[in-house]
Ligand binder design. Structure first.
Ligand SMILES: Cc1cc2nc3c(=O)[nH]c(=O)nc-3n(C[C@H](O)[C@H](O)[C@H](O)COP(=O)(O)OP(=O)(O)OC[C@H]3O[C@@H](n4cnc5c(N)ncnc54)[C@H](O)[C@@H]3O)c2cc1C
Length: 266
């Protein structure tokens, strides 16, 4: 969040261990992903509790806390990090077959919710894979962009009907987290018998015979356990908001940092 330069540097947080707030303040060093040294801490034998305390009111950004008993330990970065992380979380683990679905939807923002719910209501067996633990993407409590799109209008009176079932009525954008109805979005999904929801699953690979060939499965990482799950499907929908699945499958893809909202027409 640092590029935003908002007052209070959104993203600052502290770590609370066994109820005691650790003095180091995290999340204000820079915009890019990096490890931040936290100093030393004494843990007790057996169970310890670790919690995060947000200091900005805009969800402090923390990917991982890494504790080591090796003094001066430097964690891996870049390419070696992903492999190391896999081994830490799930040593020697093999991917788990999550089953076969008629439709695998990746991304649980408004687009993914609409696609998954609509398909389930047509009796398709659907997997909805979402990396965060809340649904809504930009329109979730975590980001806070309100739903102000024009639905059910003019020639398309039914377009957006499903969205209206879970859309927020937030009076402000970005608004208060509780105005964004994360729980309602999840309830609407869970009420669909043929829809399986996989929260906290980050899609990071596709299975194909060759780059550019049809996708047979999507591989996703369970972000809490580090377990990899493979979702086989007849059809796939990329609702990641940035074309991740298509890019992984070898589709032409570009991502521009500045000057664009919407499609890049180059
Ligand atoms: C500041 C701002 C203001 C805006 N204002 C308006 C407006 O006034 N009117 C309007 O109509 N639109 C507006 N928009 C745009 C609107 O918010 C988006 O078009 C819409 O939310 C996009 O929905 P989506 O589901 O496609 O993507 P997103 O909301 O981005 O959802 C994508 C979801 O996929 C998840 N995901 C991403 N990668 C993976 C992965 N690899 N594995 C699993 N899950 C993944 C993400 O966590 C996210 O939850 C605004 C956007 C922003 C940022």
């Amino acid at each position: 969040m640092a590029p935003w330069k908002a007052p209070g540097k959104p993203g600052r947080f502290q770590v609370v261990i066994n109820g005691q707030t650790h003095p180091e303040e995290f999340g204000a060093e820079g915009a890019d992903w990096h490890w931040q040294a936290g100093g030393s801490v004494s843990l007790k034998a057996g169970k310890n509790t670790v919690a995060l305390r947000d200091l900005t009111g805009f969800d402090g950004r923390c990917d991982a806390l890494l504790l080591s008993n090796v003094p001066g330990y430097t964690p891996p970065e870049g390419k070696t990090l992903a492999e190391a992380r896999k081994n830490w979380l799930n040593p020697g683990g093999k991917p788990e077959d999550a089953g076969e679905f008629d439709l695998v939807v990746v991304g649980g923002g408004y687009a993914g919710l609409g696609a998954a719910i609509s398909a389930a209501r047509q009796s398709l067996k659907v997997a909805l894979i979402q990396d965060r633990f809340v649904l809504g993407g930009n329109g979730s409590s975590e980001i806070g962009v309100w739903a102000m799109g024009g639905t059910m209008r003019g020639k398309y009176p039914r377009l957006g009907e499903i969205v209206e079932e879970f859309a927020d009525r937030a009076p402000d954008s970005p608004g208060l987290p509780e105005d964004f109805k994360d729980a309602l979005k999840e309830t609407v999904c869970r009420n669909e018998k043929t829809l399986s929801l996989f929260l906290g699953h980050f899609a990071h690979g596709v299975v194909q015979d060759a780059p550019g060939a049809a996708i047979q499965a999507v591989a996703a990482l369970d972000v809490r356990s580090g377990r990899e799950r493979v979702f086989r499907g007849k059809l796939f929908v990329d609702c990641t908001g940035h074309g991740t699945v298509g890019a992984l499958a070898g589709a032409k893809h570009s991502m521009l940092e500045k000057g664009h909202m919407g499609m890049a027409l180059t």
